[in-house]
Ligand binder design. Structure first.
Ligand SMILES: *Cc1c(COP(=O)(O)O)cnc(C)c1O
Length: 404
């Protein structure tokens, strides 16, 4: 639905959601009848001129807020230079950005992808290829209950979302599941067919459930002793979201394969698959895709990584995290709610005995606040990483009112 179409439909009135015909949009989720037309920092405006404080930010995607000037500038400059020369050729942004991501992550090889699910598919393919070459054809990847890895067929099979168990059958085979933070269960699940264990450092979509540092360290030791791979899905926890550049840094471990997405392009669609040199076993023809590593997105990614790496940036994320956490804890006291969980600016508030997260989200929207309720008993907070304390206070004030 473009603004032009809207204007044709109702020439005498301003384009507004009330006049819009949404019937051509495939309804894959319950969208509110609002049309957003502009964003800046932590704020969004709809076509009626209403302003919203955004604590969803495209689901932890817009790490620098809406329309960061650095991204707008690089998009304009790079699109006048070179947009796409095909993944069959090198471009300077692709080469430079791959090197920068490799340096930042400590993993030596990088494949640029278009979505988190696609990066994870690549991770699974890489692990299966490695298993075929080095582990006698082992192909199973142990995954975690309630984990989330994306919406392709294989990633829906790898995700531990029970609602998906009976969807789009038959599933892709080879993803046994174990409970989070249960090292014995992971150890017991390893067989001759196991090639890797894959998990999120903090389960995001299921409601912000951190893997403990000791669990991650235990999984690293376990996978090393069995000669299998550790795959970290950092699509949500990467790119400074947890107060470190990558979620794994809190536990001091390093994975063999890691995926990135969401915040990597600050809103521009991109993702990445990173692997240790010894694991990077794709041969020509194994992996690829039309838009992989296109110069436009790679240039944006490089600029975003530089912005997140600027001196003091992570300190500010951690200061904002403390401010948000303290405010949520105070609200929890006032309203008799539960604990705050998560790290950095990926936090959730447990609603205690309340199970009306959907209602709170709806009332928040009516009061100009965009919030996410990943479960009936939890709210999730994923603001821009450059959110101000004043904006956090404003969100807390609206939430206080909504909770009452
Ligand atoms: C969002 C998400 C994905 C899927 O990313 P898409 O870009 O939507 O395909 C995968 N893993 C995790 C941990 C995510 O949060």
């Amino acid at each position: 639905m473009t603004i032009d179409t809207l204007e044709t439909k109702s020439p005498e009135s301003k384009p507004a959601a009330e006049a819009a015909d949404f019937s051509a949009v495939m309804e894959i989720t319950n969208r509110p009848p609002i049309i957003f037309s502009r964003g800046e920092g932590s704020w969004l405006w709809d076509t009626g001129g209403r302003r919203y404080l955004d604590f969803i930010q495209g689901w932890a995607v817009n790490c620098l807020g809406h329309c960061p000037p650095v991204v707008a500038r690089v998009l304009a400059e790079q699109s006048a230079q070179l947009i796409n020369c095909s993944p069959a050729f090198y471009s300077a942004p692709m080469v430079d950005y791959s090197a920068a991501l490799a340096r930042a992550s400590g993993l030596q090889r990088c494949f640029l992808a278009n979505s988190g699910a696609e990066a994870n598919e690549g991770a699974v393919k890489l692990a299966r290829k490695w298993g075929a070459m080095h582990r006698g054809g082992a192909y199973e990847i142990i995954t975690i209950e309630h984990g989330f890895h994306g919406r392709t067929l294989a990633m829906m099979s790898a995700s531990g979302k029970t609602e998906w168990d009976a969807l789009f059958e038959p599933k892709v085979q080879g993803f046994p599941r174990v409970p989070l933070n249960d090292l014995d269960a992971a150890a017991a699940a390893i067989t001759d067919k196991t090639v890797a264990i894959m998990l999120e450092p903090i389960q995001g979509e299921s409601g912000v459930w951190p893997a403990t540092d000791t669990y991650l360290q235990g999984l690293r030791a376990l996978t090393e002793s069995h000669g299998i791979l550790l795959i970290l899905d950092e699509v949500q926890t990467g790119m400074a979201r947890t107060g470190a550049m990558f979620g794994f840094e809190h536990s001091g471990i390093r994975a063999d394969i890691m995926t990135l997405g969401k915040g990597i392009g600050a809103g521009a669609p991109m993702a990445a698959l990173l692997a240790r040199e010894a694991v990077s076993c794709f041969e020509p023809g194994d992996q690829g895709g039309t838009f992989n590593g296109n110069a436009l997105m790679a240039a944006v990614g490089l600029a975003v990584l530089e912005a997140l790496s600027a001196p003091g940036f992570l300190d500010r994320v951690n200061a904002a995290s403390r401010h948000l956490r303290q405010g949520l804890e105070a609200l929890s006291k006032t309203h008799g709610l539960g604990a705050v969980r998560g790290k950095g600016l990926l936090l959730a508030l447990d609603l205690g005995t309340r199970t009306d997260a959907a209602k709170i989200v709806e009332r928040g929207l009516a009061n100009g606040l965009l919030l996410n309720g990943p479960r009936a008993d939890s709210l999730r907070f994923m603001p821009a990483l450059n959110v101000s304390d004043a904006e956090i206070d404003e969100m807390l004030a609206i939430l206080d009112k909504v909770l009452a």
